[in-house]
Ligand binder design. Structure first.
Ligand SMILES: Nc1ncnc2c1ncn2[C@@H]1O[C@H](COP(=O)(O)OP(=O)(O)O)[C@@H](O)[C@H]1O
Ligand SMILES: [Mg+2]
Length: 360
């Protein structure tokens, strides 16, 4: 069973996670690609590494897989320390990269069978396993085709089937869906989640796409500049971001951050704006005026881009999302009253960017 809580700290640390890194770092010259990462993934858990391009996601995965030697730190898989001398083949890991290389002259069947052949699996077992993996990914009728006779999505599924067929202890998936178009990607995301639940295989999944991360992860580890900034359930990281980086990386449009005073930033999400027509006499509201500069119609919402209209200043940009079901007027150039519930405000230290408790 996946568990969502971190194990309690003990006096003498033993590896409690199924995949665990301690103080893991990789430096390339002056570049700290991965910088002191402590990650603890429980057995059967689906953890997403989310962060912008260049933040160190691939390097972290390559170290876990054994393809890159750490500069410092430790890696444990299933309780065994693997970073010093366990080669990639012996780590029980299947990795799928963004650029999943299939053998162009082999059929889908032969591509999927390849790791089993390399491991000299007996012929009838091999056939049974390939057919099982092909069925999982809906490839049954495509097994005789070569990669160039398959669509991008089908090739991706062959790469995933090839990973699954080895019955690995751990899946490492590095942006495996990024070559698919948006519609196919949503479908593939759903299928991947179902499959992972069914197999119960511990999975670490890399993406820079926050929607994908929110949809897939039991937990999300948000990375920036080689460090994990926060790890928690999708709800945790979205509702209670640990710092302004996490607050603005998750959510589209991102959380608004406005200066309350020289010490404090106040954060509130665009969807938490309540138009005058909605909030009525509700208690515990913070009300303000918004000067609208631009309105975007997105089908499900209208987005109002504007500035807070305050006595002392009117240069703080904010974005409000008003659901299309609310028929409040919203015109460019006008000023409107809005409210946010006090419980939806988040506070951050203006200097460090770290979350701080709400002022009394
Ligand atoms: N082999 C390498 N040599 C030098 N720098 C590298 C190498 N691999 C990655 N880097 C650098 O390390 C940082 C992290 O890269 P990477 O792990 O690929 O990030 P991500 O996968 O999050 O986009 C980047 O600044 C990248 O340029
Ligand atoms: Mg990468």
């Amino acid at each position: 069973m996946a568990t969502l809580t971190q194990p309690p700290a003990t006096e003498e640390p033993t590896a409690l996670g199924y995949v665990e890194t301690r103080g893991l770092s990789k430096h390339f010259g002056d570049v700290r690609a991965v910088d002191g990462v402590d990650l603890c993934v429980m057995e059967g858990e689906f953890v997403v590494l989310l962060g912008p391009s260049g933040c160190g996601k691939t390097t972290l995965m390559r170290m876990i897989a054994g393809l890159e030697k750490p500069t410092a730190g430790e890696i444990y898989i299933a309780g065994e320390r693997v970073d010093d001398d366990v080669p990639p083949r012996a780590r029980g890991i299947a990795m799928v990269f963004q650029s999943y290389a299939l053998y162009p002259h082999k059929t889908a069947f032969q591509n999927i069978a390849f790791p089993l052949e390399a491991a000299q699996v007996e012929r009838s077992t091999l056939r049974r396993k390939v057919q099982w993996a092909a069925a999982l990914f809906g490839l049954d009728r495509l097994l005789d085709r070569r990669p160039r006779q398959l669509s991008g999505g089908e090739r991706q599924r062959v790469a995933l089937a090839r990973a699954v067929v080895r019955d690995p202890k751990v899946f490492l998936l590095d942006e495996p869906l990024s070559n698919l178009d948006a519609k196919l990607r949503a479908m593939a995301r759903f299928e991947l989640k179902q499959l992972q639940r069914q197999l119960g295989t511990t999975t670490i999944y890399v993406t820079h796409d926050q929607v994908e991360a929110m949809g897939l992860g039991d937990r999300i580890a948000v990375m920036d500049k080689g460090k994990i900034r926060q790890i928690g359930t999708p709800r945790d990281v979205y509702d209670n971001p640990a710092d302004t980086f996490v607050a603005t990386f998750l959510g589209s449009p991102p959380m608004n951050l406005v200066e309350q005073d020289e010490h404090t930033l106040v954060g509130f999400r665009p969807e938490h704006f309540l138009p005058r027509e909605v909030f009525g006499e509700e208690p515990d509201l913070v009300t303000f005026r918004l000067r609208v500069r631009e309105v975007e119609y997105l089908g499900s919402d209208r987005l109002a881009y504007g500035y807070l209209e305050e006595e002392r200043r009117s240069d703080q940009p904010v974005i409000a999302a008003v659901p299309i079901t609310i028929t409040a007027p919203l015109a460019e150039g006008e000023v409107y009253e809005f409210a946010v519930r006090r419980r939806d405000l988040r506070f951050f230290d203006a200097r460090t960017g770290l979350r701080k408790p709400a002022p009394r």
